[in-house]
Design a binder for this molecule. Structure first.
Ligand SMILES: *Cc1c(COP(=O)(O)O)cnc(C)c1O
Length: 360
């Protein structure tokens, strides 16, 4: 069996240790005689799985007690709607549009109220994070929204926007658990698991408790109210049990690695290997302004679409897969999430060097 180096933006690489453990437990989870896929979500065994997962996540992120952790479904996309439906009390919200996902969230919020775009980097194909130190934030804004790490364009907020006292909502899908974060600076943090945590099908939302109320937009379905899930510890209906179990294993793996400080160091080291190479390469070039660079998603180009295609083809044959850039930007993108080992990045750079020499 040969495992590839998988640079996919998502669904993405998972720690091999986690996959092996899951494989070993596939037919008989810890003496239960069943797979986690087969057991009742109301069973004692599953209750421990979901409670442990929540506690380990709380430990990793130091989540304060006045925040709820919810395991939800519907992808990040459903949060684009649930956020305005649950938080738009004044029907006003300010959006910072730094990429396609932020733009989708912004467009969705416009269906529910007065959502405004107060800053954007679309003028330069989202290749930077705009200055957010003094934005025209609406006095009545229910929240300010960001996509903290822009998966497609490879940018990341290095400092959070000055929200002038308004609640901050962040989509952290592609930087979740890549480094420590101060949860108390946010009102809502959410992300789809399939980027940096686990399998597709789980969305994790961390929400300040005072925001979880019955005061939601009229007509909000029961399933789309945060309160429904908060009141039932994410077990109102059948949750994505197997996905939550894998997320839980990844949380334990992260703790074993030494936690998020260690992951941050490791991720900085990994990203530097790639960025340092790009900065001196005569063939490959990064597409993002240096001070906005993501540690997780690294887009790059040769400047020649045919050569890009040749590179992707040869890289795939050599076992470096899913390096094609998002269809909206072209070129290449290496996603180097927590589970990508440092050797994967070192070997990719060695391969790029060789390709550069051969195609000089
Ligand atoms: C992938 C991604 C999304 C979309 O996720 P779905 O789970 O497919 O809805 C949204 N935001 C960010 C930052 C992403 O990386």
């Amino acid at each position: 069996m040969a495992r590839v180096y998988n640079f996919s933006a998502g669904p993405a690489v998972l720690p091999e240790e986690v996959l092996k453990e899951a494989a070993a437990e596939m037919l008989d989870y810890q003496g239960s005689g069943q797979s986690v896929m087969e057991m009742s979500h109301r069973s004692k065994v599953f209750d421990k799985i979901i409670k442990d997962a929540e506690q380990d996540l709380r430990d990793l992120l130091n989540i304060p007690d006045n925040y709820k952790v919810l395991f939800l479904q519907g992808g990040a996309h459903l949060q684009f709607a649930m956020i305005p439906m649950n938080l738009m009390k004044n029907k006003v919200a300010d959006y910072i549009v730094t990429g396609q996902w932020a733009k989708r969230a912004f467009k969705e919020a416009q269906k529910f109220g007065d959502a405004k775009c107060i800053a954007s980097s679309e003028d330069k194909t989202f290749s930077y994070i705009p200055d957010c130190s003094d934005l025209p934030i609406d006095e009545n804004a229910d929240y300010v929204y960001i996509c903290e790490n822009n998966t497609i364009y490879g940018t990341k907020f290095k400092t959070l926007p000055n929200t002038k006292g308004k609640d901050l909502v962040a989509d952290v899908s592609s930087c979740f658990l890549s480094e420590p974060m101060d949860v108390s600076k946010y009102a809502v943090i959410y992300g789809g698991a399939q980027k940096n945590i686990g399998p597709a099908g789980v969305v994790i939302a961390i929400i300040r408790e005072d925001l979880i109320t019955e005061d939601v937009l009229p007509g909000t379905p029961t399933m789309l109210q945060y309160k429904t899930h908060a009141d039932n510890d994410s077990l109102y209906n059948t949750p994505p049990c197997y996905g939550i179990y894998i997320c839980g294993k990844v949380f334990k793996w992260l703790k074993k690695q030494g936690g998020l400080e260690v992951m941050k160091e490791r991720n900085e080291k990994k990203a530097a290997i790639l960025y340092d190479f790009l900065d001196q390469s005569k063939l490959f070039k990064g597409t993002v302004e240096k001070n906005s660079r993501s540690l997780m998603n690294v887009p790059f180009v040769t400047g020649d679409a045919d050569l890009d295609a040749k590179f992707i083809k040869e890289a795939t044959e050599a076992g470096f897969v899913n390096l094609k850039g998002h269809r909206s930007v072209g070129g290449m993108r290496a996603s180097i999430y927590n589970a990508m080992p440092i050797e994967g990045v070192e070997k990719l750079v060695a391969f790029m060097k060789k390709f550069e020499e051969e195609n000089a």
